[in-house]
Design a protein around this ligand. Sequence first.
Ligand SMILES: [Mn+2]
Length: 311
Amino acid sequence: MRTAFDSANPLADGRGAVWSKLLPSDGSADTDNDGAHDSEGEGQRYRTIFISDLHLGTPGCQAAALLDFLKTHPSDYLYLVGDIIDGWQLRRKWYWPQLHNDVVQKLLRRARKGCQIVYVPGNHDEFARGFIGHSFGGIEVVQETVHTTADGRRLWVVHGDYFDGVIQCAKWLAYLGDNLYEFTLRMNRHLNSLRARLGLPYWSLSAYLKHKVKLALNYVMDFEVAVAHEARKLGHHGVVCGHIHRAEMRTIDGTLYCNDGDWVESRTALVEHFDGRLELIHWQADPSSLEYRQQAAAHVAPAGRAAGVAV
Ligand SMILES: [Mn+2]
């Protein structure tokens, strides 16, 4: 799923343009007042937070929920594990509401206040890979890194898109969810009553799609195993990645596999407590949150599943 965006020349392909729109060169933007989201430290403090697949710059990004989460969870370290800004979508259509700006300001402010922020670009923010080794407002951009937990475990931190090339399977299959599957079962009944009237034999749409869903689940499994095995091969105790929008934490053949999920569908983060314990957080809005107030103001239903975004 590579696009013209992958072009090697950073000046010709617009990467510089994306940056210049997002980060003013004089560094003054992070002093902008973002009002209600300024205070920090009301909630639980963690040693480390890992988040990925925010897809800022797309309507699917749940920026209000993310702001609530960041606001109430200060940390010593913050890893941005790729697909933070969706350069693919922004190049097609510029979409940058105030809330998305607020997220960027929030991150810059957090870095200024002493949180060590490391940004590992993914495939949707490949433009940032042109800036590896540099730092923006205290946010360090690296290709990949290793985080050592408080209890001494070395975790390889990488977005994970590299493994798409290793696993041969159509990525969109990973997005065939249960709801769609239930829908197809109903469709199947209608389709086959029509086929019967036309004198055509029974053909199971549901069986066909069930097979496809199985392939999708195989893809997730293959991804998890491939990433964990690579981490072990490199001599790490575990790995933290994103990319497939599926939060998970389990041991695979003795190697800890952690996927911090996403902020488009599942609103999840991986956190490290001060004793080194790791935990997956599924963020839920509460009635005092920015997200809740925004939805109330807009007269829309609480956030459901966002439109699928390619991984
Ligand atoms: Mn990705």
